[in-house]
Design a protein around this ligand. Structure first.
Ligand SMILES: C[S@@+](CC[C@H](N)C(=O)[O-])C[C@H]1O[C@@H](n2cnc3c(N)ncnc32)[C@H](O)[C@@H]1O
Length: 260
């Protein structure tokens, strides 16, 4: 996400340091200790942007802790300021609500340096950058090397919940999850007109794209027992958007296809 540099960004982040985990202090096994109640399950959002999703989820699920990771400091500042504004009295007092959100400026390509095996209970990827050029496949947050890290920091059976408006990235991601041993469930190509909409917490990009008429794709992928020994090659999805749009139902089962 590109944004104009924020004035006094460092000072403004410092003022909200009770919400921010220093990436240097985030070492395997330590994450839960940054929350008021370390016993709660720990959910990770990667690429939290301006924070609408994680703030909404933290309010909806006070029984979970949420760590919002974002690599752009000025973007995470927006999220932190929004979070703090939810309860101005909480400024500087980590024990007051929202006490189940923390932010961290970090790149998700080093997740296993931040978290111990099995430390994370669920991962959310929302409107991840699509990196459409095939030469940039390794940068996609659903590329095999990222999935392998997700599986390492989460136990088998834990989930990655992935939403995007981008059909090409979505189709690629379904293939990548399955080729890497993950099980895709609750797949929809039109989340907002699906049975899952009532539970959906909308992100900034999601609001923007759905207002422009784009439908939202969503999958819940379950982590496999083990990571593959070798990263599988993911073929280019052969379905075009027009081929694969579901007109009769919004909920579909992912079919495994050998057609590449
Ligand atoms: C397209 S924006 C979506 C923002 C938000 N999730 C939403 O749905 O509105 C993607 C965000 O992910 C962040 N991001 C991309 N790759 C990342 C990575 N490897 N680690 C951390 N954040 C990343 C970007 O900086 C950007 O803010």
């Amino acid at each position: 996400m590109r944004m104009r540099r924020k004035k006094h960004g460092d000072e403004r982040r410092e003022a909200l340091s009770h919400l921010l985990i220093d990436a240097a202090a985030l070492t395997p096994g330590q994450a839960r200790g940054f929350f008021t109640d370390p016993a709660k399950p720990l959910m990770l959002e990667i690429g939290c942007g301006k924070g609408d999703f994680v703030i909404g989820m933290a309010k909806k699920h006070p029984e979970w802790n949420f760590l919002a990771m974002e690599r752009v400091p000025d973007v995470i500042l927006c999220a932190m300021e929004k979070c703090s504004a939810e309860n101005p009295s909480a400024a500087g007092e980590a024990s007051l609500p929202p006490d189940n959100i923390r932010f961290c400026i970090a790149n998700a390509n080093a997740l296993t340096e931040y978290f111990a095996p099995g430390e994370i209970d669920g991962i959310y990827l929302n409107f991840s950058d699509p990196w459409p050029k095939s030469g940039h496949e390794k940068r996609r947050l659903t590329y095999g090397s990222f999935l392998a890290q997700y599986r390492t920091v989460m136990d088998a059976g834990r989930t990655v919940t992935f939403k995007t408006d981008n059909r090409g990235l979505f189709d690629y991601s379904l293939l990548s999850f399955e080729a890497n041993g993950w099980t895709c469930e609750d797949v929809t190509y039109d989340l907002h007109n699906s049975i899952w909409n009532a539970d959906n917490v909308v992100t900034e990009y999601e609001r923007n794209f759905s207002e422009k008429g784009f439908s939202i794709n969503r999958v819940v992928a379950y982590a496999p027992k083990t990571n593959p020994d070798v990263l599988p090659v993911i073929p280019k999805p052969d379905r075009t958007d027009a081929d694969s749009v579901q007109t009769d139902t919004d909920c579909v089962t992912v079919e495994k296809t050998n057609k590449m």
